[in-house]
Design a protein around this ligand. Structure first.
Ligand code: ATP
Ligand code: MG
Length: 234
């Protein structure tokens, strides 16, 4: 469904990603792990059309999206939940959710999507009038995901969704991701929480210094000594 071919990414003249090749099949959860500064967020930004310049190809359903601006990609079903959430902190929960449905196609069905999001994430329904910035970290992460779901994604990109969350929210979040897959969504997830993500993901890639150095089934990677010692410092 999502395919990345020979991707090099740059900030100005500085190259951060080198010949990255990967794919995410429909209905899969694919993990991306790697040390700090490996280039995980850079990859997510590049997929979302943000910040970087790149060479190579990003394909969605076999069609290149490289020329699409960041705001156009959600219309094609590619939606990023960025690191550190990037909510609108002075707006309410409901207002943040409504912004997620900014594209005309999503806006047309926003009422129904909102009901679905509230059913999936009841905490957002309870707190719909609360100012987003006053919610707990875990609640804010749920809101960030809820806002992304309002855009009617087909492929959801999650960059460190469990960062700074209490264990109970980490579990809730992975449960949520599994139920999103069950509803047909395709998910790519960057995580520091390596154990959790490798247990949940169908497949995963390991990024080191901007290069994919390992790939495989989550469970296989979890038992790989090379991964543990060389790349994850476990
Ligand atoms: N806007 C930018 N301009 C220049 N260099 C950048 C920019 N953003 C990131 N970098 C550099 O690109 C490299 C990869 O950063 P990136 O944020 O993609 O890593 P990461 O794997 O997401 O790390 P972390 O686990 O800490 O989130 C780092 O060396 C970083 O300093
Ligand atoms: Mg990052």
């Amino acid at each position: 469904m999502l395919e990345v071919k020979h991707l090099d990414a740059f900030y100005g003249a500085v190259q951060v990603l080198h010949d990255v090749n990967l794919f995410v099949g429909k209905g899969e959860i694919v993990g991306l792990v790697g040390a700090n500064a490996a280039g995980k967020s850079t990859l997510m930004f590049t997929l979302a059309g943000l910040r970087t310049t790149h060479q190579g190809e990003v394909l969605l359903d076999g069609v290149a999206v490289d020329d699409l601006a960041a705001y156009e990609r959600p219309k094609r079903g590619l939606v990023l939940v960025p690191e550190r959430r990037r909510l609108f902190p002075f707006m309410t929960v409901l207002e943040n959710l409504e912004i997620g449905a900014y594209a005309a196609e999503a806006r047309a069905v926003a009422r129904q999507t909102l009901d679905e999001v509230f059913a999936l994430l009841p905490v957002l329904a309870e707190r719909r009038k609360q100012i987003a910035g006053s919610m707990s970290g875990g609640e804010q992460q749920m809101l960030a995901i809820g806002r992304a779901l309002m855009a009617k994604p087909r492929v959801l990109l999650l960059d460190e969704p469990t960062e700074g969350l209490a264990p109970i929210y980490v579990k809730l979040l992975f449960d949520l991701i599994v139920s999103l897959r069950a509803s047909g969504l395709t998910v790519m997830i960057v995580e520091q929480n390596v154990h959790h993500v490798l247990r949940t993901a169908d497949r995963a890639y390991v990024l080191e210094n901007g290069r994919i150095v390992m790939e495989g089934k989550g469970a296989t990677l979890l038992n790989d000594d090379r991964l543990k010692t060389a790349y994850l410092g476990l």
